[in-house]
Structures are given as C-alpha cells and as structure tokens.
Write a protein of this length. Structure first.
Ligand code: ARG
Length: 378
C-alpha cells in the first residue's frame, strides 16, 4: 500500500503559495499588483488550510509546470498549453467521461493540441481523485503460457490488474487498447473502456517496403500522461492528465524497438533482408533507422502531428535561448533530452545542463509506479 502523503502544514502551504503568486504576477503584469491577492490567499489558507487558484493562476501554473519539466525536449510551446478546468469533478464516472473528451479535443482529427485537464485537488479534508493508468491510451500486454507477452510488456502488470477488476480482455491483438482506471474521492479504482472514436491510431508502414504491408503495426496518435501530480504553489492536483504530440523516436526507437517492449528490430531486419548473424554488421542500427523512417512517414501520410528528433532538438535550442533572454534558467536532464538514436547529430548532445528542479511541477508520487503496474488492483 502507498505510504500516506504527509499533510503539509499551513506554513508550508503559505510559503509555496507566496512564491507562486509572486511568480504569477511577475510574469503576468496584467494580473496587477500581487499584494491584494497575497492577502486574500493568506486569509484563505489560515481559515481553510488551503486556497483556490483563480482560472488564470491555474492556466499559468500548468504551463510553467511544463516549462519546468527537465526531461521534456518539447518545451518551446509551453505557453500555448490548453488548460481544461474541471476542478469541480471528484467522481470516477465524470472524470473518465472528461478524459474521453480530453482525448477528442487533443486529437483534433490528427492536428494534435497540447492539452491538460485538471480535476479536483487534494484538500486538507481528503485526498483528490487519482488516475491509475500511466497514460490514457495504453496497449495491453497479455502474459502467455510460454513466458512471452502478447502486446506491450510494459503494461503486463497493469493488464493483469484490470483483469482482476473484471475487464474481460480485448480481442487479443498485440495492440488492444486498455481501459482507463480511475479512482474517485472515497471510492475504489474502477475501469472504463475508451470509445474507439476517442483513440486515433496510425498504421505503421515503410515508405519503400512492400514487405511491411499487412504487418499490422500501429501506434496511437496521442501520448497522454495521466499518473503525474500537478503541484502549483502548495496546491496538489493528483489527477491532471496532459498530452503533447509524439516525437518519432519515442515510438520507433523505444516503444517498438526496446527489447523489453515490442522488440521489433530482429523482425524489421528480416524484412529488410539484413544479415543478423553478427552485431558488427550494425543490423540493429540500420533496422532502427528504417523503423523510425516508417513511423515518421506513416504519421505524415495519416495527417497526424509528429515531430522528428532533429527538428525538436533545434527547437529546444531556440527555447533555451528564448528563456535566457527572459532571464530564466532552463533546467534539463541530459540523459532524457538527448534523443535515443543519433544523439550526436543533434545540438542538444554537445553541451551540459543544470538539473535544478523548480515549481510548479509535474511529479511522480510514491505510489504512481505501483499503480501503473496494477499492484493492489483486486
Ligand atoms: N514516451 C512516452 C510514450 O512513448 C510518452 C511521453 C510523453 N511524450 C510526449 N511527446 N509528450 O508513450
């Protein structure tokens, strides 16, 4: 079981609130002088133990949390994040319905829009709702009798967990979309099937490869992280799913290629007719490039937004320059920022970064990993 989150003291909430309100007013001069708002927030914290963000504070807080995400290479557009304010929702049914609506709006028929939906925060009286799923859209991983996994091995634990909750399982393809698991306030985790029209998928085929046809590879258009907590100025939103668009390598160099994921490089090499008898033929490297070409080309042909690692690395350099001119330090984690293939061909490789963490932030709390692996789903 998860260790209970330690309750923040009034002094801690106030300290975090003050810092955030000052930041909000500093970066948004149109919000006026911070002093009146600081006094209000202070009163509210003293009487209730917490406070309610204004809609503008919520929007800016969610955007700055993206700006502060040291692992994300795609932060150039942080200030255009669309924020859906559903702080009134605490129940699993309504939250699941709004997650579906989020996917529809974010997918936007392929022109993917970075979007977050914010549900009820933790309060001094009760913890807020929680989404157990790691992302709103994930593919099932079914453990087979011979020890292999059908589908995405990353989600094998979660898949077993939802089945224990009563999910009958999907059609049994390598790409069965899992239900979401949502836990409302004062409730147990419950599963919700995603309607097919909320899940845009792209068939993956190679631009030149006849032998790729009818392979049945696919991936979903929208990566929507749903198990990170949004923390803004002493208020904590445990359910706040957000999405950007994909960078090709996430799919082609990790999800479909990692040996503990779909592990497709040997099959790709076979389709390309490569000699796989020795690592030194660099068949893995060649297969990796072709798989990544296939991902980018397939998304392009389907009219679905995707970026490539060269473009995105360049944008990240622009982002850092822009932030520097604003007098802000960009924290970054080299091992996450450098793309998982051809790293040294991108400018982000050839430098170091400060990994300082700032608030507002998206954070993984102690229980998130266990929940995404389906532990305690019974
Ligand atoms: N790497 C994760 C995946 O492949 C998604 C992480 C967020 N990615 C993004 N482009 N916003 O599903």
């Amino acid at each position: 079981m998860e260790i209970l989150q330690q309750r923040s003291t009034v002094a801690q909430v106030w300290a975090a609130a003050e810092e955030f309100i000052r930041l909000h007013h500093r970066e948004n001069p149109e919000a006026g002088s911070p002093f009146k708002r600081l006094a209000q927030v202070r009163d509210e914290i003293e009487t209730t133990g917490s406070y309610r963000h204004t809609p503008l504070e919520l929007v800016h807080g969610a955007r700055v949390a993206w700006r502060n995400s040291n692992r994300c290479i795609g932060r150039l557009y942080w200030n255009s994040l669309r924020v859906r304010d559903h702080r009134e929702l605490t129940g699993a049914d309504e939250i699941a319905a709004q997650c579906v609506e989020h996917l529809r709006e974010a997918t936007n028929a392929g022109r993917v829009r970075p979007t977050i939906t914010v549900f009820a925060p933790d309060t001094p009286e009760r913890p807020g709702p929680v989404i157990w799923s790691e992302q709103l859209i994930r593919y099932a991983g079914y453990a087979c009798a011979d020890g292999t996994t059908l589908g995405d091995p990353r989600n094998a634990g979660f898949t077993a967990g939802v089945r224990r909750l009563g999910w009958p399982g999907g059609p049994g393809t390598p790409f069965d979309v899992l239900p979401m698991v949502v836990q409302g306030c004062d409730d147990k985790p419950r599963w919700f099937e995603l309607p097919p029209d909320a899940v845009l998928e792209v068939p993956i085929e190679h631009p030149e490869g006849d032998r790729w046809r009818d392979w049945g590879l696919r991936w979903h258009a929208v990566p929507a992280i749903s198990n990170m907590r949004l923390e803004i100025g002493g208020v904590s939103y445990p359910a706040a799913p957000f999405n950007g668009w994909y960078m090709g390598t996430e799919i082609g160099a990790r999800n479909l290629a990692d040996t503990d994921r779909y592990d497709l490089l040997p099959a790709v090499a076979r389709r390309l007719g490569l000699d796989t008898s020795s690592d030194r033929s660099l068949w893995k490297d060649r297969a990796l490039v072709e798989l990544n070409r296939a991902v980018l080309d397939s998304f392009d042909r389907a009219g679905v937004t995707i970026t490539d690692h060269h473009t995105e690395a360049q944008r990240f350099m622009t982002h850092m320059e822009r932030e520097r001119r604003k007098g802000r330090e960009v924290g970054a984690d080299w091992s996450w920022i450098v793309p998982p293939m051809s790293g040294s061909t991108t400018p982000v490789f050839h430098r170091t970064y400060e990994d300082t963490e700032s608030s507002p932030a998206y954070v993984h709390d102690a229980g998130a990993q266990a929940r995404a692996q389906g532990h305690d789903l019974v």
